[in-house]
Write a protein that binds this ligand. Structure first.
Ligand code: PGA
Length: 243
């Protein structure tokens, strides 16, 4: 695992955006795995800025997001489809048909999950996967206990994740209890992985993922088994690492 540590979260976000921009330029039809949450917002804003300055073309880029809440429609302002449209897709020249998120409204969720895995394969697999990390070490919605061979599936959110994500909702009771998430195996099949994290509240999860033992208790620890995984961190998120 490679670690890149920056003084501020702004610098971390700019560096991660630059990394993605370089990869898009060298492979214009790149298949990206994307993430939602508070952490990627600045990075997406940087990518939008580069696009507006004429430096970045998304016309052939294909994307697959990590996860989506079950039961939220695309026009719900807390659905991840809504987030991606608002923060990135509506602001760049990506083709909407090239953007994929699990459908949290599907009547047959298991069939939708299987179709999502197939669609990733049909696209040639994910070249570069973006990840955030939960305070409990989750990646996507792969909560502690998620096995290394897990694939896209319906998952129950932990009370901690529901609490963490309630800041985006008016009330904790509105946070969906279930989500669809790519699995650990799906994520590890990406050719390259970038995990971004900032803030003290991520420091312990980061340290356990990088330096702890590989265990389903800390889903991000499975990233130690990946050949090309880079953590972009600000100083606070890196503060509990021993190196
Ligand atoms: P955050 O979420 O970026 O909102 O902190 C990250 C995650 O839970 O994966």
């Amino acid at each position: 695992m490679e670690l890149r540590v920056f003084d501020t979260r702004e610098q971390m976000s700019a560096a991660a955006a630059e990394f993605f921009a370089e990869r898009i330029k060298s492979k214009p039809n790149i298949v990206l795995g994307l993430a939602t949450g508070g952490t990627p917002v600045r990075m997406y804003a940087e990518l939008v800025r580069m696009h507006r300055e004429g430096k970045l073309d998304f016309s052939r880029v294909v994307t697959f997001n990590l996860d989506e809440y079950v039961g939220l429609s695309p026009d719900h302002d807390q659905s991840y489809r809504y987030f991606m449209d608002a923060n990135l897709f509506n602001k760049v020249n990506i083709r909407k048909k090239n953007t994929h998120l699990p459908d949290g409204m599907a009547t047959d969720l298991d069939a939708m999950c299987a179709a999502y895995e197939k669609a990733i394969k049909r696209a040639g697999g994910i070249d570069l996967q973006l990840l955030g990390i939960g305070g409990n070490g989750h990646i996507g919605f792969n909560e502690p206990g998620s096995p290394s061979d897990s694939r896209t599936r319906v998952v129950d959110l932990t009370p901690e994740t529901i609490r963490d994500n309630s800041r985006f909702f008016t009330d904790e009771s509105e946070v969906p209890r279930k989500a669809v998430s790519m699995g650990i195996a799906t994520v590890l099949e990406a050719r390259e992985i970038v995990l971004i994290a900032d803030g003290d509240h991520k420091a312990l999860a980061v340290a356990r993922s990088v330096e702890g033992k590989i265990t389903p208790d800390v889903p991000a620890s499975f990233l130690q088994e990946h050949k090309k995984c880079i953590f972009f961190l600000d100083r606070s998120a890196a503060s509990r690492l021993s190196r």
